[in-house]
Design a protein around this ligand. Structure first.
Ligand SMILES: *[C@@H]1O[C@H](CO)[C@@H](O)[C@H](O)[C@H]1NC(C)=O
Ligand SMILES: *[C@@H]1O[C@H](CO)[C@@H](O)[C@H](O)[C@H]1NC(C)=O
Length: 296
């Protein structure tokens, strides 16, 4: 007995420095960067889009956000990347009308990046068929043995019946893809869902009912209770001084049997992304969420 302990003790003191990290933290940001050509859409954002995009890129680096999903990263993309310094970034799929506007900027590497086009779009409000919008998939490596499937999306806009149908189809498409491609894996879905819990016909609950995920806003801000469809919209100012109102930019997540994943803080981070004179940089509030993971 004594001799076993004397053999094991020196070994134990070596093990902690040789095994990998068993827990960690990271944060995510979803931001619709309003990068349609200014002549098509000024997004009611003051100032020059190139200068504004340059500032967004610098702030991405300054705030050192672990994983950023952008939407509408179209015609100012080169400026965004010229001013950001994240080590891992997706190559652009192009400006309007060939690109999807979806890109990711990360401190962590990934594998398996895929761009998937929506099966359905609506030409009604928002002219969503103008560009091949859709979602992206990547398997991000946040630590040894910690792989999380991260989805970015930009769902159909507008509120006509055709828009609602297209948008519900979009979310169903992502949900089905998760069930096929992310079985048993931790998952993050964050992007511009164009969806509201208060709007009848939208289906933001699908990731909870079909994929076992939580909406970080419902969990951390709403005490687990989603607003009811058909109730008054909880509209936000931009930037929003609080996170109690509802934005369409959403963050869903789940852990797995191997990885415990928890959202610990959610903020509408509009105040962190302003022009030097205090004006907004985009017509969307960015949404910033802090996560903690632990290997089980
Ligand atoms: C930036 O974040 C990464 C993790 O995402 C961390 O490892 C690094 O130390 C951070 N850098 C600074 C300067 O805070
Ligand atoms: C939160 O901010 C919104 C504007 O973004 C405002 O309309 C709302 O009243 C605020 N809610 C609270 C509880 O302060």
């Amino acid at each position: 007995m004594h001799s076993l302990v004397s053999i094991l003790l020196p070994l134990l003191s070596v093990i902690p420095s040789t095994i990998s990290q068993s827990s960690g933290t990271f944060n995510t940001l979803t931001f619709n960067v309003a990068g349609l050509p200014a002549i098509l859409n000024d997004n009611a954002v003051p100032g020059d889009k190139t200068a504004n995009t340059a500032r967004i890129g610098r702030l991405f680096t300054q705030h050192n956000i672990s994983l950023i999903h952008v939407q509408e990263d179209f015609n100012y993309h080169a400026t965004l990347y010229a001013n950001d310094q994240h080590p891992h970034r997706t190559p652009t799929s192009g400006g309007v009308p060939v690109g999807s506007g979806l890109n990711s900027l990360s401190n962590f590497p990934w594998t398996g990046f895929e761009r998937v086009k929506w099966e359905k779009c609506s030409t009604f409000e928002g002219a969503d068929c103008l560009t091949p919008k859709g979602f992206t998939f990547m398997r991000v490596n946040f630590g040894q043995g910690v792989w999380i499937d991260a989805y970015n999306l930009h769902a159909d806009a507008g509120t006509t019946a055709a828009d609602l149908a297209a948008r519900a189809s979009n979310l169903r498409q992502v949900s089905n893809y998760i069930n096929t491609h992310s079985t048993g894996n931790p998952v993050l879905v964050f992007g511009d869902s164009n969806t509201r819990y208060t709007r009848t016909g939208d289906i933001p609950n699908i990731f909870s009912t079909a994929n076992g995920m939580k909406d970080a806003w419902i969990e951390l801000i709403r005490g687990g209770v989603a607003p009811q469809p058909g109730t008054d919209a909880l509209l936000c100012d931009n930037p929003s001084p609080n996170s109690t109102c509802e934005v369409v930019d959403k963050v869903w997540y789940r852990g797995s049997p191997a990885v415990d994943l928890r959202a610990v803080r959610l903020q509408y981070a509009g105040a962190k992304f302003l022009q030097e004179n205090g004006a907004i940089l985009s017509d969307h509030n960015p949404v910033l969420v802090d996560f903690a993971w632990r290997l089980k």
